[in-house]
Design a binder for this molecule. Sequence first.
Ligand code: GDP
Ligand code: IMO
Ligand code: MG
Length: 427
Amino acid sequence: MPVAILVGGQWGDEGKGKVIDILAGSTDMVIRSQGGNNAGHTVVHDGVTHKFHLIPSGILFPNCLCVIGNGTVLDPRVLLQEIDALHDQGIDTNHLVISDRAHMIMPYHPVFDRLEEEARGDDRLGTTFRGIGPAYSDKIRRIGFRIGDLTKPRFMEKKLNFVLRLKNEILRDLYHTDEFNEKEILDEYTAIGERLASYIQDIFPMVQDALQEDQNILLEGAQGALLDLDFGTYPYVTSSSPTAGGALTGSGIPPREVDTTIGVFKAYTSRVGYGPMPTELDEVEGDVLRELGAEFGTTTGRARRVGWFDGAVARYSAMLNGVDSVALTKLDVLSQYETLQVCTGYFHKGEYHRFPMSNISHLKHSEPVYEELPGWQTSIADAKTWEDLPENCQRYVERLGELIGAPCDIISVGPSREQTIFRHRPY
Ligand code: GDP
Ligand code: IMO
Ligand code: MG
């Protein structure tokens, strides 16, 4: 019963890290179920800012088992750096577990990511260059390496011999660039495998036992619904399924065990990389909101594109994920505005659309329908209860809840744990 899925409701960076950290205090197990180190989840605690790319955002709680699930693609070099950084800060990682079924980002994956982006020219996607697409492609092609393979050096060697022949041929003949050396990769990854060995296991029995024991399990999503491979703005998406469905395949939990789905939504919209974003603000207005919200990427440092809250996107992702409960973040960022615009749908060639269309060219050229709401023009960063929020702010939250189709149970008014209002505990 107590399984909760947490998903990003927009284009990522909704503040999932903060919300997971808050919930992790009363959670037995957090399972990161998809994506890789394209994700950047920020947790601010005791004045320290932690940026997690692979390690689940529950890691600051020693009693919360943090699992990197089978649906992820994991760069073992980055993972080691993250583990080392935590140890340097005196944070224990004995409660970290890695599924042996998780796929590995191999040294050639980021190289292919960059080469493919360059080859696309003007049609590039704006990926994070972390090798995510190439690693998931190899998983689907069945030429991927799983982290459990690190314990099987003979198997690794034989398979790498075959896979590198494919990779090096393309590097050499198509891209006219350096090839990879089998022995170098084997040596490096074998050494990494030894360091990671104590974390790696088949998580299936452990997760099933936790379900039997009715433990509280939180499935940590990365990215957001509009970056979903099937339902996002394809091809301007990531290469996994950051939706509730993806959370289940990425962790091995059956649908009947899910109690609630929490959607994290930013009180406005942001997006990194290319692709349509109907409510995007122009350069001048965008700069203002970007500065107010400090919208610069956690992973790549890129300036995020920003815009008004898109109710059509929110409605779509809430229905797609079956969102029961909303965590609304960064509400404080809007405190200066005299009036706020909220998009409720789009017009394209005279036709009204209540959802983002699958045709991204239509979406790009659609006209958002805006509703204007009064701002509150006072700081809410210290608000502790719903009653502390000004009336116009409450109205804004209620309207967003109506558009999303689920109650805003958690309201975040700043980056730290304390800056959170609980109207209801979602689970
Ligand atoms: P994630 O990828 O969904 O975990 O989000 P990121 O961590 O990439 O980006 C969210 C950013 O907003 C981080 O810098 C957070 O510290 C910050 N943040 C989260 N919640 C709030 C909030 O309510 N108000 C403000 N001002 N910042 C927030
Ligand atoms: P979190 O978990 C925002 C975007 C990239 C690019 C597209 C494809 O922090 O919300 P990829 O490297 O995945 O092949 O890039 O997806 N993207 C994200 N944008 N937040 C993220 O993660 C993202 N992960 C990938 O910017 O547009
Ligand atoms: Mg992020």
